[in-house]
Design a protein around this ligand. Structure first.
Ligand code: ATP
Ligand code: MG
Length: 720
């Protein structure tokens, strides 16, 4: 095969990486330098030049979306199908392995994936059974403990409590929780990885099979691998398998979830003969954006150090906008996006990033007001919405009667007259019999041990699940979903609700059916279509929404933005305590991770970047008056400019911040940059104050284009 197209469009260092023949290759490079591109081209190169079957390559990406993209780009380069390739996230690949060998892994064929919400529910139940008081032993803490242990590859027996009560109790919860999961055929996210690891570790035959089969393992975003993922990589690549990892120590942002930057150095140490290649040319961003990112990250001490440059020009400066409050911040973003769209650009080329999920709500309101379509990655995930989860829980229970978490969720949703007492009785019996809730419920119905009304309601529910499966399971996926929504009375329940929320719920249910219609079963050849769809729903929660093909603005947390790029980027809430986050400000390590997050955010922008902060923000239920984020201060003045609605001029932030503080101190109740409304002149922004006390005069630019000096004590300005 002619390999020229595979090397086309790559620089020398990239070509070297794509065609390297060393058994261990490390590509360590900054944002936008083409690491992911190198990975894709290398896969195509390996298949083309080594005559390898796509079957023998495993590639690990950060999101499912990236995996799909990678597959189609490899197919584009090779001109043939790459369907057999094992490309996916760590979780996705582990899941595939467990499905293929569920018996060896000690799992029932019908096992289901527990998302973190359901996991918490199961843990709560276990802790209640153990008579642990939530006030003393919060379930969330136990969840954190369990996941952390699993991320490090530890089972309860591997944990040494050494007389420590906290560890001791949580270890017992971990043990009981595992039992509950085992009975219910449930696997949480961390368990997917750990179980898949144990499967290979403890089963020589399988291990050798996969070690033999995979000739190349490639890992993107390696800086964010945790302990168990690293162990996994080692296990698979122990013999004949070559390994390529790409990463950027400056973009390690999942330390709080157990990721270890040190894995990069560890890799260089443990994989002998590692060839390291550095890419230094950035192809993504303008000079200004890149310089700003470099200036921010330079403030971190713990770095492996690298140099990024671009051939492109500086482009526009980075725009700073000081909003009066979060509403005004949102209004500004929406207005800029409208301009952008009217200039003939696509909504989809524009991203709004924020530190915390809660920030999205206000921004959404303003986008809706202006009828700007948007989509949220992560956060309020499509598959995590209550109505969607209810429907999926019915389906999960139909397909796997052992699934206690699903049983709990829907046994009385919609309300069918089964009170808390009846449900508690089911739990008690299950506990006593060491059985599932499903079995206990049948027993109670047969013995008529509940009140006649409750017995009837429970019997109806059990029959609905049992016959639902028998009647529906041969229908196409989307019809199964539709029938379930109807038969369960979920639709009737939402129809009774009023207002926008009910409408949104109904739309979501309709979207769920259409997501099922579009679902590509080929990705999971070994599974029944519904099992595959349910697994997909759990694994892809967050990065799939049914309306993904519409042109819309992309909204997401900074964490979810990793690896992506957009011509126009807004980062909202650049304020101390919000970003860097309050919880991370006092510890140097955590602060460095926040700074890496800022680096990730800034480097998502290709052409234009807006950084926004508010002078007043409602945070955690209180009005706060935050200071400008240090990450803005770390960007050199010549790279940024302050935006005012009717005027734009460069001004170092420090001066401006001082002006704001002075203004706040003058006690007029207004601050510089604030949006106000005047009965006659309309809406405007305060540019300056003169004078003091009752005689303070504000200089205001109104949206009408007029500029006025008004005495505050007469002007009757209203904040807006
Ligand atoms: P991140 O660290 O953010 O994940 P990355 O290093 O993976 O970034 P890519 O996403 O692979 O970088 O590449 C960034 C952009 O630069 C992409 O749009 C890519 O197509 C483009 N690019 C990479 N290499 C080249 C090249 N040699 N010529 C032209 N464009 C390139
Ligand atoms: Mg990348």
């Amino acid at each position: 095969m002619d390999v020229t197209p595979i090397l086309e469009g790559l620089n020398e260092a990239q070509k070297e990486a794509v065609s390297a023949s060393e058994p261990a290759l490390l590509v360590l490079a900054g944002a936008g330098s083409g690491k992911t591109r190198v990975l894709v081209h290398r896969i195509a190169w390996l298949i083309a030049t080594q005559n390898l079957s796509p079957h023998s390559i495993m590639a690990v990406t950060f999101t499912n979306k990236a995996a799909h993209e990678m597959k189609s780009r490899v197919e584009g380069l090779l001109g043939r199908s790459a369907a057999n390739m094992w490309i996916g996230t760590f979780h996705g690949l582990a899941h595939r392995l467990l499905r293929a060998h569920c018996r060896d892994a000690g799992l029932p064929e019908t096992f289901q994936i527990l998302d973190s919400d359901d996991q918490l529910r199961v843990i709560k139940r276990v802790m209640k059974d153990m008579s642990l008081e939530e006030s003393e032993w919060p379930a969330k803490q136990a969840q954190w403990f369990i996941n952390k242990q699993k991320d490090e590859g530890r089972r309860p027996k591997d944990i040494r409590a050494n007389g420590d009560l906290f560890t001791n109790i949580h270890c017992k919860v971990y043990y009981q929780y595992q039992q509950a999961c085992q009975t219910g055929g449930l696997v949480d996210f961390a368990e997917l990885l750990l179980k898949a690891y144990e499967l290979l570790r403890d089963n020589q035959h399988l291990r050798e099979h996969y070690q033999e089969r995979f000739r190349h393992l490639l890992v993107d975003e390696f800086q964010d691998t945790n302990g168990i993922q690293y162990a996994w990589i080692r296990l698979i690549s122990a013999h004949e398998c070559d390994i390529t990892i790409v990463g950027d120590d400056d973009q390690s942002i999942y330390g709080w979830r157990g990721a270890k930057i040190e894995n990069i150095q560890r890799f260089e140490r443990e994989f002998s003969g590692t060839k390291t290649i550095r890419l230094e040319q950035n192809y993504r961003s303008t000079g200004s954006i890149l310089k700003a990112a470099n200036a921010v990250i330079e403030n971190n001490q713990e770095r492996m150090g690298k140099n990024l440059w671009t051939e492109g020009n500086d482009g526009e400066p980075i725009s700073l906008y000081a909003a009066f409050n979060e509403q005004e911040e949102a209004r500004f973003i929406a207005a800029r996006i409208e301009d952008w769209y009217q200039q003939g650009n696509a909504y989809g080329d524009c991203a709004i990033l924020y530190r915390s999920n809660a920030q999205s709500r206000v921004i959404e309101e303003f986008l809706i007001q202006r009828q700007i379509p948007y989509r949220i990655y992560g956060g309020l995930k499509f598959f995590e919405r209550a109505e969607v989860k209810d429907t999926l829980a019915y389906l999960r229970l139909m397909y796997n009667h052992q699934d206690d978490a699903a049983f709990e969720r829907v046994v009385n949703t919609p309300a069918r007259g089964l009170g808390a007492k009846s449900v508690e009785k089911i739990r008690e019996l299950a506990r006593g019999n060491q059985s599932t809730l499903w079995e206990a419920a049948w027993e109670l119905v047969e013995e008529q041990a509940l009140s006649p009304k409750a017995t009837l309601a429970l019997a109806e529910f059990l029959n609905l699940i049992k016959f639902g499966y028998e009647e529906f399971h041969e229908l196409p996926l989307s019809e199964q979903i539709q029938m379930t929504i109807e038969a369960s009375n979920l639709m009737a329940m939402y129809e009774k609700e009023k207002g926008e929320k009910a409408l949104a719920r109904k739309e979501n249910l309709a979207e769920l059916a259409s997501a099922a219609r579009e679902f590509d079963v080929d990705d999971y050849p070994e599974l029944s279509p519904m099992t595959a769809f349910l697994a997909h729903a759990s694994l892809e929660a967050g990065d799939t929404q049914a309306d993904q093909y519409e042109d819309c603005v992309q909204m997401m947390t900074l964490h979810s933005a990793k690896g992506l790029e957009f011509p126009l980027v807004f980062i909202a809430g650049m304020e101390e305590k919000l970003f860097p986050h309050m919880m991370s400000m006092d510890e140097p390590d955590k602060l460095e991770e926040e700074r890496r997050l800022a680096y990730v955010g800034i480097t998502r922008a290709m052409k234009k970047l807006y950084l926004l902060y508010a002078e007043k923000r409602r945070l955690w239920g209180k009005d706060t008056y935050p200071a400008v984020s240090r990450f803005i201060r770390e960007i050199p003045a010549q790279l940024k400019e302050e935006v005012r609605l009717n005027a734009t001029f460069s001004q170092p932030v420090s001066t401006r911040t001082r002006a704001i503080n002075d203004a706040a101190a003058n006690d007029t109740g207004f601050v510089l940059g604030q949006m106000v409304e005047h009965a006659k002149f309309g809406v405007g922004v305060i540019l300056n104050f003169e004078g003091e006390g009752d005689r303070t005069v504000a200089h205001i630019n109104f949206e009408s284009g007029e500029s006025k000096r008004l005495m505050l004590s007469y002007a009757k300005l209203k904040p807006c």
